[in-house]
Design a protein around this ligand. Sequence first.
Ligand code: TXA
Ligand code: MG
Length: 320
Amino acid sequence: MQRGTDISRAADVLRAGGLVAFPTETVYGLGADASRDDAAAKIFAVKGRPRAHPLIVHLAPGAALGDWAIDIPEAAHHLVAAAWPGPLTVILRRGPRVALATTGGSDTVGLRVPSHPVAQELLRAFGGGVAAPSANRFGGVSPTTADHVASDLGDDVDYILDGGACEVGVESTIVDLSRGAPVLLRPGGMPREAIEAIVGPLAAADAHAPAAPGTLASHYAPRAEVIAVEPHEVPAAVAAARGNVAVLAPRAAFAAWGDLRARAYPLPDDLAGMARGLYAALRDLDALGVDVVIAALPPAVGLGEAVGDRLRRAAGPRGA
Ligand code: TXA
Ligand code: MG
């Protein structure tokens, strides 16, 4: 594994059908040429991810959307014009340049134009679409630094493009626009409120929505057991927990709880700071040998919806 800041080298690796981990504003991605079945197949092998779970295709600003999706509804044009570049993925019908392996055989594709300058430089230098899931093993905590990627994937990735710590810290919001009315498949780095201001109310996923494996009950999970509770339930949850226990909550919340007999792991009090610090905190808590993490759920507004979603999934039943 090589690591550095060499964009043209990273683009060469993509052109050769190799794997490049690269920073985005949300989390680090594990990228490959989205137009090549053999390149996309390597992502599934390295991640240990089921081949039917589709990958998001990352595009440079100004890429021709019609190459990557077909039958694009007016609402999608409207939404991406306002929201890209940024932490939003839209699901559309798959276009001719997307390899079938990239979408796990699906006739829909997730597209996103990231705002991170290093991601944009890479996409421009490469010139095509880059298929990329989060650069971690399947089911684990997404990486928000190059160190996280190196410790998760090591030599299984050909080049790690180091762009520092990710600004947003949780994955993109996913909106399905392939079937008419917009449906929220995954809350994420672009708050629901910002999207609804552009396209109107987002429906919840129903049985007909395309399956988004990031929405499995157990995902984004550290080694430690995570118990996600409302803030007022934290003291009782700590009292009931056994082993090496930690509490993950906004710094200001701790004052109300007094002496908890647990390790305190404070996060910033603002929702953006919580999102930015969440995954590094879960990794730190594992490194500290914590057995049980009692996590206080934030209010489900703005980025709080995504933070709460990830905490609940980290707490979900293993093996689901
Ligand atoms: O912020 C992000 O979205 C990051 C960065 C690297 O861009 N990527 C990311 O990828 O989180 P991943 O693979 O870890 O999660 C992508 C989610 C999965 O739940 C996948 O099922 C869903 O997007 N997805 C992708 N294409 C889809 C499609 N055609 N239909 C339904 N769901 C799709
Ligand atoms: Mg992921």
